[in-house]
Design a protein around this ligand. Structure first.
Ligand code: ADP
Ligand code: 5GP
Length: 197
């Protein structure tokens, strides 16, 4: 369902947001694997330290704060934001090149970034992923076993703030049963592939 656009048509830009731990990564990976193998992820830059197993250029491009600030001053990011105390940004050159080549791109970014992208790329499609409840979100964050208690509480507080912005999005999807959510996400993509925007 994901055939790239004809050479003269630009690709579609999908922006996925939702609280940390809601399942954005798992959901998008499965959706791409099952239904849309040609859709590409934009790899963000960040000033946060790599977590165990993360490889530069794979999950993120890892920057020092100084290098990140230099790229900001050179307008290298389509958007950037401070999330949980660190810089995160979408490299502009990668995004523009893929879209110009007719490839569809997914940005997995926070609410602040999504709203900036909507301004800069008004045709983009905004999708918000909701947890079935805050209790389930907390369970998933704990299950992922990635954070100290303080960082976890910080993510939960941030989640409450992010959820307030769901009405700004074109689609809101609840990730309760994973298979069902993957199918629903694929349906959203399919609809936009058919419409061409
Ligand atoms: P995000 O990218 O939004 O931060 P992840 O994709 O890393 O979140 O998912 C967080 C955790 O929740 C992972 O351990 C993942 O396996 C689990 N998870 C994701 N979706 C579901 C679901 N529908 N049901 C149960 N667990 C889920
Ligand atoms: P993590 O550190 O857990 O990988 O990501 C933390 C948060 O940063 C997530 O909510 C994620 O959506 C957001 N994020 C990742 N990349 C970007 C980006 O390029 N821009 C913005 N604005 N947020 C991002």
């Amino acid at each position: 369902m994901n055939s790239p656009q004809a050479a003269n048509e630009s690709g579609l830009l999908f922006v996925i947001s939702g609280p940390s731990g809601v399942g954005k990564t798992v959901l998008c990976n499965r959706m791409i694997q099952k239904f849309a193998p040609g859709v590409v992820y934009s790899i963000s830059g960040t000033s946060r330290a790599p977590r165990g197993g993360e490889v530069n250029g794979q999950e993120y491009f890892f920057y020092s704060r100084e290098a990140f600030e230099k790229d900001i001053s050179e307008n290298a990011f389509a958007e950037w934001a401070i999330v949980h105390g660190n810089y995160y940004g979408t490299p502009k050159s990668f995004l523009d090149e893929k879209l110009a080549n007719g490839l569809h791109v997914i940005l997995n970014i926070d609410v602040q970034g999504a709203l900036k992208i909507k301004n800069a790329y008004p045709e983009c499609i905004l999708i918000f992923i909701m947890p079935p409840s805050m209790a389930v979100l907390e369970e998933r964050l704990r299950g992922r076993n990635m954070d100290q208690e303080e960082a976890l509480q910080n993510r939960l507080a941030n989640a409450r703030r992010e959820i307030e912005f769901r009405h700004e999005y074109d689609h809101v999807l609840v990730n309760d049963d994973l298979d069902k959510a993957v199918t629903e996400l694929a349906d959203i993509f399919r609809k936009h592939f058919q419409m061409g925007h």
